[in-house]
Ligand binder design. Sequence first.
Ligand SMILES: [Zn+2]
Length: 166
Amino acid sequence: MIYPKEFGINPLYPQAVDFERIYKDTLSGSGIITKRYFAQGDLMAMVAGEEVSEILQHTLQIAPDRHLYDPYFSGYFLHSCSPNISLDMARRTVTALCDIEPGSFLYMDYAETEDVLFKQFPCSCGSSSCRLWITGRKEGDSVAHAVAQGDSTGLVATVSRLTGES
Ligand SMILES: [Zn+2]
């Protein structure tokens, strides 16, 4: 069991035999890996947690004013601009977007579920479609705009402002 037993028994909840939280690197922190193979389109797991009204580091948005606090599983999914999993927060399901080999980290696109992020961050996912600066889907994309304009001065100023560095 990955979830505490108070969450109840659901055969679709993630099992420790199938998933594990492991440390990736200083930039990303910890993530979730799969220990088994999933094929594209597979329903991988159902997520659970406490419903809270504020955005926390390990919440995923259910509705504009409701968030699922899951510090056991989904709260540790890493971000990629080319994700290998998709979350449906209405159904609380995790689906494989492609074939996923054992040992792979699970990557979602945070903008799939979040209007506003707990914290915006620079992305180094390496995808050819990387957005470089990750925001919620309703937040301004000022850095991407600066990059698109080739405005390095504006980029530095925007990153400094967003990260609170001077
Ligand atoms: Zn990226």
